[in-house]
Design a protein around this ligand. Structure first.
Ligand code: ADE
Length: 227
């Protein structure tokens, strides 16, 4: 998969792309992540990409031209163009599974006080990572990139994500490692005995119990975006 991220702040992605699982996925050519600075597509003398809003109001607004030209510079028939915005559909694990099916994602990071409304005509999907407002779309772009990349075959072991929280609308089961007794806090006996059938049953039951206690909204919930 190829992911092109269109942003005013490409340096924000340095740590993200140069550590751990994402770094390895890039090195192993399982994902290609490109950073495109939309300032490069400004036709103005000082490479401005924003201007004051028509009708007045606070802040600066991203202009159509550099953003749309940046999209057009990378888009082809396989691309899905995503805009990160608090006004978008809520991003979920199920969205990550859907996005994984594409060969090419283009993620446009919104910024400043907003973007020219007409930019929405050039994107396929608007996504929000939650009901709060960030300073820009770079962190949401990393969230999308990270959650999709870890689902790509070969990036992590399938066993590592098959029981992920939110798969089948259930939270993950609890896990433990050595020692078996930490300050009197004991690892459940069933995990130590090594009976795989019983372990599987215990884990399923823990998933159900946890979800009921902590996120009852998930049980029987299809997808809040579908409501
Ligand atoms: N930009 C600012 N806040 C955002 C959010 N919650 N989701 C996506 N993009 C954003």
């Amino acid at each position: 998969m190829r992911i092109d991220i269109l942003t005013l702040f490409p340096k924000m992605f340095e740590g993200f792309m140069n550590e751990s699982i994402i770094k390895r996925a890039i090195e192993n050519k399982l994902v290609e992540i490109n950073l495109i600075d939309f300032r490069e597509f400004s036709s103005l003398k000082h490479k401005e990409v924003d201007d004051t809003p028509y009708g007045g109001g606070a802040g600066m607004v991203l202009m159509c031209e550099p953003i749309v030209k940046a999209i057009e510079s990378v888009k082809d028939e396989d691309s899905l163009v995503i805009l990160t915005t608090p006004q978008g559909k809520t991003y979920k694990q199920s969205t990550a599974h859907e996005l994984k099916k594409y060969k090419h994602l283009i993620i446009v990071c919104g910024h400043y006080e907003g973007y020219d409304e007409r930019i929405r005509n050039f994107v396929d999907l608007e996504l929000s990572i939650g009901d709060y407002v960030l300073t820009g779309g770079e962190i949401p772009a990393m969230v999308i990139c990270d959650s999709v990349t870890r689902l790509i075959d070969g990036v992590i072991k399938r066993d590592s994500y098959i029981d992920d929280s939110f798969t089948d609308n259930l939270l993950d089961y609890p896990t433990y490692t050595k020692p078996a007794d930490f300050r009197g806090l004991k690892v459940p006996e069933v995990l130590i005995n090594g009976n795989h059938k019983l372990i599987e049953e215990y884990r399923k039951e823990e998933q159900r119990k946890r979800t009921e206690e902590r996120r009852p909204d998930l049980l029987g919930d299809k997808d809040e975006n579908d409501k």
